[in-house]
Ligand binder design. Structure first.
Ligand code: BES
Ligand code: MN
Ligand code: ZN
Length: 500
């Protein structure tokens, strides 16, 4: 994690300076104390350079000036657009853009006119989120080729407020990083057992972590999950993480225990498709088929890290979907933990089988206030929404609204998709209570319809994050690769509606 500090606005004597500038307030008529001071100290070089770059301060606009004088190695101007009513997310984006422009600098100061403490925290968040990098397996990269930025100082007059805001945001950033690390790991390293071990480490944050192995899950009757697992030499796990922030251990006074919130993740550490094997092209992507679980784990770390005043449980079903002599076959019938039987037409529709048992266990054991599951469930979801929005399905309008609003706030955008009995006929089986695929039409919807049969009427949301857990391109706060999509979204939803 980038080392973040806060300081009162002052012109740095050396290193890089980032100026976050309002639209219209830059270039020709330098305003703002630091811009004016820097411009004066460099004999007008900064004003001239910004004018030459036609820098207007439009949102997203960026200009870099190298060695302008006064000991500065680099001045980066980032446009904020109009400051009036600027959203936290826009400040994070500006921080993220700055981080990308600062890769060659070891240290930098970041300033904007009149940045409040809270706003400074969000600039810091953007800087941190963008400077994430997964380089554990690069052994020959030369030090000079690595990004150098190690320390960023955000300038604000409201130091204590900024430090408070950053303390909570930093915990969320750490959850995001944990999630990105898990999703980035290759499947030969991150198998179900290893993933469960990484969950166990969260006890250091005050989470209770319980791990179930194949014996326990077989005994419970997890026939759907175990059917997926049986083709792999790597044993499955289910992990239950508990955070009692409202009833014990939170910041505030202990409250009488309310029902916990529950988050459930699909954790297929590698999805070959099983006997219904996938084509070779792009199969390596299926290392991130545990992204739903990765988000749940990152979210639990974030909530515990900022000592959220709420009781939450996170459950992840961890399996590897492999073809082998012990793998399940198309046409097999399995009995799920709920008692409902499933004809496995296609062994590649494995995520819903895993979720079926974990969701049923969750509602039986914990009677949660609601359940939100996350899964890289269908290619059909990507066809429908591409990579910009995650699709979600809900049997509860309040939850749907809260989730949608949190998406707008955090920029992790979600779009509601329909559920409906009319889709049920697509998953009728001739031999069992249902089959695990419903054909091509509405493939993401029939998957959701399947999962709904295991929520037992509890308020529930299913998020299909197939298109959003991994990104092929850099964006302001998300470098390409694992995104941790959902950690910030769900943290925001919890913070806004379920704490205190
Ligand atoms: N993990 C995949 C879904 C997926 C595919 C996510 C591509 C991201 C990119 C899932 O297990 C799967 O294989 N789904 C099948 C379902 C089908 C057999 C009904 C799919 O979407 O093709
Ligand atoms: Mn699959
Ligand atoms: Zn899958």
């Amino acid at each position: 994690m980038l080392d973040i500090a806060f300081a009162k606005p002052a012109l740095p004597k050396s290193g890089a300076l980032v100026l976050l500038l309002e639209e219209g307030a830059a270039a020709t008529a330098p305003t703002g104390a630091l811009l004016a001071a820097a411009d004066e100290a460099t004999g007008g070089a900064i004003g001239r350079a910004l004018a030459a770059a036609e820098f207007k301060g439009k949102r997203g606009q960026i200009a870099t000036i190298l060695a302008p004088g006064a000991g500065l190695s680099r001045v980066v101007a980032v446009g904020l657009g109009k400051l009036d009513g600027i959203a936290a997310r826009q400040l994070e984006d500006a921080g993220g853009q700055a981080a990308a422009a600062l890769a060659r600098e070891a240290a930098a100061s970041i300033s904007a006119v009149g940045l409040s403490g809270q706003q400074a925290g969000h600039v810091a968040m953007g800087l941190a989120l963008r400077s994430y990098r997964f380089d554990r397996y690069r052994t020959t990269e030369k030090p000079e080729d690595k990004p150098k930025l190690a320390k960023a100082t955000v300038l604000t007059a409201e130091l204590p407020k900024a430090r408070d805001a950053w303390a909570d945001l930093k915990a969320v950033a750490e959850g995001v990083f944990l999630s990105r690390d898990l999703v980035s790991e290759p499947a030969n390293v991150l198998n179900p057992a290893e993933m469960a071990e990484r969950c166990r480490k969260l006890t250091a944050l005050g989470l209770k972590v319980e791990v179930f192995g194949p014996k326990e899950m077989t005994k419970l009757g997890f026939g759907a999950l175990m059917g997926v697992a049986m083709g792999s030499a790597n044993e499955p796990r289910m992990v239950v993480m508990t955070w009692n922030g409202a009833s014990a251990g939170g910041k505030g006074k202990a409250k009488p225990a309310a029902k916990p919130l529950a988050f459930i993740g699909k954790g297929v550490t590698f999805d070959t498709g099983g006997i219904s094997i996938k084509p070779a092209g792009g199969m390596e992507d299926m290392k991130w088929d545990m992204g739903g679980a990765g988000t749940v784990i990152g979210l639990m770390a974030a909530l515990a890290g900022r000592k959220a005043k709420v009781d939450v449980i996170g459950l992840v079903g961890l399996v590897e979907n492999m073809p082998s002599g012990t793998a399940q076959r198309p046409g097999d019938v399995v009995k799920s933990y709920s008692g409902q039987t499933i004809e496995v037409i296609n062994t590649d529709a494995e995520g819903r089988l895993v979720l079926a048992d974990v969701l049923w266990y969750c509602q039986q054991k914990y009677d949660p206030r609601f359940m939100i599951d996350l899964a890289t469930l269908t290619g059909a979801m990507i066809v429908a929404l591409g990579h910009e929005y995650a699709g979600f399905f809900a049997n509860d309008d309040t939850l749907a609204q809260q989730l949608h609003a949190a998406g707008e706030t955090t920029g992790e955008k979600v779009w509601r998709m329909p559920l409906g009995e009319a889709y049920d006929k697509q998953i009728k089986s001739d031999i069992a209570d249902m089959k695990n695929v419903g054909g091509r039409p509405g493939g993401a919807i029939t998957a959701a319809q399947f999962i709904q049969r295991f929520v037992n009427g509890k308020p529930w949301v299913h998020m299909d994050v197939a298109g959003t857990v991994w990104s092929g391109k850099d964006s302001p706060t998300v470098p390409k690769g694992a995104t941790a999509f959902g950690v910030r979204l769900l943290d925001q939803m919890v913070a806004e509606h379920y704490e205190g």
